[in-house]
Design a binder for this molecule. Structure first.
Ligand SMILES: Nc1ncnc2c1ncn2[C@@H]1O[C@H](COP(=O)(O)OP(=O)(O)O)[C@@H](O)[C@H]1O
Ligand SMILES: [Mg+2]
Length: 399
């Protein structure tokens, strides 16, 4: 049985580490062997747990193990030979050494290697619950689509792979290019295979979920919604949204009173942006969330009596898929009639009103300029289609 795997992601400072630590402690207290692993280069899991963690999981409390992965170490392990070859090739093309070395590491890629440690826990079968305190969203999550791209790239860029290496040698010599050696190609192949496995781990709806952590503040919410769109595009299941640092009723009538009112409005936005994914909230405590006692309070706020490792939402709340002809967005809209649904688009935001509820969808950046070409409603599923502008089919009739 693979470990129940939960990844917490969100903008820096929103409370990922605190929430991850609180979740892990709760799981361990329920008697499940739990590993909490930080892949965020801004490590603070050690501080949060009050124990100095290392590169491998070490025991923090009964049933609880902590680990802080270092991107640079994972990078060296996985990418060294490829990067040496790439930089040799770039320098050969006249790029100076410093820039060449920099160019061999796409941004966010080191973080991707850190995530490979998830696969290692699955392989080693060393825990029942695996909680991952991830790096801030953006780049890394985009790169989660990388393995598919990498496989394509391997086929196109290295057609001489699979024994054809010899055939390319004369060409490489003629062009005076450093030839990738078999060992490097083998390593690259293995890396891509590992990344593909990791990708399927994250898509494993029965065991893995991603939870988006945010604060009830405009900019933070917008970024989380963008991440949610990416996750939906790649088919990574999100089973909960955590809204941390909500001002409690006690601040009413104080300096923070008006801020609390604004937060209440933002919470409605969160509801519209992520429903039907459950929203877990935690108050802004009167002190930092450090150590066992505070983790206990935070965990109780978030989960109450619920099992923190349960799958809190099954399936995909939004489905986005793209192919050559365009993009299709599917949203469940049960128990309504067609005439109760309306669509409105403003820039990158699509607002779907279903009966008296509102769903807002942050569109993938390529769609911000286009309008939906079709909308269909059948058996409780609303399907909205966008034609691919680049394929020249954008002139299809609009409704
Ligand atoms: N609900 C909360 N109330 C008060 N302080 C909090 C709360 N959640 C987190 N913090 C504090 O905010 C800071 C940032 O939290 P952290 O979990 O490290 O965020 P992240 O991992 O997303 O960068 C820490 O000092 C933490 O103790
Ligand atoms: Mg952190």
């Amino acid at each position: 049985m693979p470990p129940r795997t939960i990844l917490y992601t969100g903008k820096g400072g929103v409370g990922k580490t605190s929430v991850a630590a609180a979740t892990a402690r709760m799981c361990a207290a329920r008697g499940r062997r739990t590993v909490v692993m930080s892949t965020d280069p801004a490590h603070s899991l050690s501080d949060s747990l009050g124990v100095e963690l290392g590169l491998e999981a070490c025991e923090v409390a009964p049933n609880l193990f902590g680990q802080e992965v270092l991107a640079s170490v994972e990078m060296r392990r996985n990418w060294d030979s490829v990067s040496t070859w790439l930089s040799a090739m770039l320098m050969n093309q006249g790029v100076d050494r410093v820039r060449a070395e920099e160019l061999t590491v796409p941004p966010g890629m080191d973080e991707l290697f850190s995530l490979l440690r998830i696969k290692q826990h699955w392989d080693d079968d060393d825990c029942e619950v695996l909680i991952v305190d991830c790096a801030p969203s953006g780049e890394t999550l985009r790169l989660l689509g990388f393995p598919e791209v990498a496989r394509w790239w391997m086929k196109k860029a290295f057609p001489w792979n699979n024994g054809l290496l010899g055939a390319a040698a004369p060409l490489a010599r003629a062009l005076d290019l450093p030839l990738p050696d078999r060992e490097m190609m083998g390593e690259l192949d293995r890396l891509i295979e590992n990344l593909l496995v990791m990708d399927s781990i994250l898509r494993d709806h029965e065991n893995s979920s991603i939870r988006l952590v945010m604060n009830p503040d405009r900019m933070v919410i917008d970024e989380a919604r963008r991440t949610f769109t990416h996750l939906s595009l790649y088919g990574y299941p999100t089973d909960a949204v955590v809204v941390n640092r909500v001002f409690p009723d006690e601040v009413e009538g104080t300096y923070f009173g008006p801020w609390r009112d604004r937060q209440a409005a933002q919470l409605e936005e969160v509801e519209a942006g992520f429903a039907p994914v459950p929203i877990l909230t935690a108050r802004f405590f009167d002190r930092e969330v450090l150590g066992e006692e505070m983790h206990g309070l935070l965990g109780k706020e978030l989960f109450g009596e619920r099992d923190p490792a349960a799958i809190l939402h099954e399936g995909m709340a939004r489905e986005l898929s793209t192919d050559e002809s365009g993009t299709v967005i599917r949203i469940a809209a049960p128990f309504v009639e067609k005439n109760e649904i309306s669509l409105q688009q403003a820039g990158e935001e699509l607002v779907v009103t279903i009966g008296d509820t509102k769903r807002t969808i942050m569109l993938p950046s390529g769609l911000a300029e286009s309008n939906p070409s079709r909308a269909a409603f059948e058996e409780g599923i609303l399907e909205i289609s966008y034609d691919d502008v680049r394929s020249g089919t954008a002139q299809a009739p609009r409704n």
